[in-house]
Design a protein around this ligand. Structure first.
Ligand code: C5P
Length: 431
């Protein structure tokens, strides 16, 4: 995370400037502020005057621990807009209204937030929220384009319920998604370039549940967090993302299509259908290797007189290996483009007497035939269900392994996106 150290002094908390524009979603800024603070950031809130019609300054002051001003004439001796803009490690604007986007695009300085946006050289993350008509209006579309061209990260809004009875594109992305991307930018200010625009990414996430009877299943501990983190980062980088999600309650990134599935064969059917439209596939789902041979039609009853019957298992199809084999076959792959789709697998490994985590990873990369294999050490509370992950990414083309130290799952997501972006450009160049 940004935030410098001087020798002997404790690391400085990163400074985040949270701009809040005047829309109904302003109340969600309180949650964003709370999440940023619990992640260790020092947050200064700069609302627009209209934002204060929705949320009182006292709320922002109490939650941030800092006074709140909206115009450049407060605290004049300290030249607040210059000071806060210069000191910020990151600026997050949530919600960003159509008016705020327009003023930022035009370079106006008519309130403290707009002036600060001109002063700051820190990365800027904007999370728009407005009615669909305003979001799709050519003026807003142009403003967003200009801001993105200037290097600001402007998220797409989510689709769903808007103010009143309306629904459509224009909802503020979930506060935890905005904060996950903010924390990513604090660690890596270059993590969200618009380099995946026009790329179609298929991600699998979660864990399959293999039914035993109508109420029981064989499952695993995958939460879906790593797959959704890849999807979130890729969508913020402009990719068109579809997530085949096995048994997870997580909310998809704004703009992504979520396809829920239950068991391995279900997942295989949807992936096989969707892969024909994909430029890259990231198989982050934990797919069960085995399933019960028989699914009993009614609940298996306890019989106190005898031991339960042994569970007979059969092997599930290896979907990842199947995708890689199909790609290698004649006339396969989207539009028969050689090397497409780029395929990324995951391997959750524990070392054993036959080899280390990496030995097993290398063997699996060769067996599966994918381009990249993200090797996680698991066990001892690592990788599953938690927010952080560490991995080594192995490549089939012989390029050096990439070591991703323990950090938020979005950081690993960004490294995977870097690799996808590079490999897709290479495929394009070869055409
Ligand atoms: O063989 P293993 O389960 O360790 O491989 C993990 C990788 O293979 C993951 O990318 C997972 O999504 C994929 N997989 C699969 N089909 C299976 C088992 C795993 O696609 N039946």
């Amino acid at each position: 995370m940004a935030g410098g150290t001087t020798e002997g002094a404790p690391p400085r908390a990163p400074k985040v400037l949270l701009g809040v524009a005047g829309g109904i979603a302003a109340y969600k800024a309180c949650e964003i502020l709370r999440l940023l603070r619990s992640a260790g950031a020092d947050v200064i809130v700069v609302p627009t005057p209209n934002a204060l019609k929705f949320i009182g300054a006292a709320t922002f002051e109490a939650l941030s621990g800092h006074p709140v001003a909206t115009d450049v004439f407060t605290d004049v001796p300290h030249v607040a807009h210059v000071a806060t803009g210069q000191q910020a490690d990151l600026v997050v604007v949530a919600p960003a209204t159509a008016d705020l986007l327009a003023r930022a695009a035009a370079g106006r300085a008519d309130d403290l937030l707009a002036a600060t946006l001109l002063v700051t050289r820190a990365p800027v993350l904007m999370a728009p929220a407005m009615h669909t008509e305003m979001w799709t209006h050519p003026a807003t579309v142009e403003n967003v384009q200009r801001l993105r061209q200037r290097g600001l990260t402007v998220l797409d809004p989510a689709v769903g319920r808007l103010t009143g009875a309306d629904s459509g594109a224009g909802r503020l992305p979930e506060p935890d998604q905005i904060v996950a991307l903010a924390l990513l930018l604090l660690r890596r200010p270059d993590a969200l370039p618009r380099d995946l625009v026009g790329r179609r990414l298929l991600v699998t996430a979660g864990g399959t549940r293999e039914p035993l009877d109508p109420v029981r299943y064989l499952g695993n501990r995958s939460s879906g967090k790593q797959g959704f983190a890849v999807a979130l980062v890729a969508a913020a980088r402009g990719a068109q993302v579809t997530v085949v999600a096995a048994n997870t309650a997580l909310i998809g990134p704004p703009g992504a299509t979520i396809v829920p599935v239950a068991d391995a064969r279900d997942l295989q059917a949807r992936v096989t259908e969707l892969v024909t439209d994909a430029d890259a596939v990231v198989m982050a789902a934990a797919v069960a290797d085995f399933r019960p041979k028989v699914i009993v039609a009614s609940k298996i009853k306890k019989d106190n007189r005898s031991e339960p019957a042994a569970l007979e298992l059969v092997t599930n199809p290896d979907i990842l290996a199947g995708l890689a084999a199909d790609r290698a076959g004649p006339g396969s792959g989207p539009a028969q483009r050689p090397g497409m789709p780029v395929i990324v697998g995951f391997a959750a490994e524990t070392g054993d007497e036959h080899g280390s985590v990496l030995d097993h990873g290398r063997a699996k990369l060769a067996r599966k035939g994918c381009d990249l294999l993200v090797v996680n050490g698991v066990g001892d509370g690592r990788a599953f269900e938690v927010d952080d992950n560490a991995a080594v990414i192995l490549a089939a083309d012989g390029s050096d392994p990439i070591d991703v130290p323990l950090g938020p799952k979005t950081v690993l997501g960004a490294v995977i996106c870097d690799e996808l972006s590079r490999r897709l450009s290479t495929v394009d160049a070869a055409l």
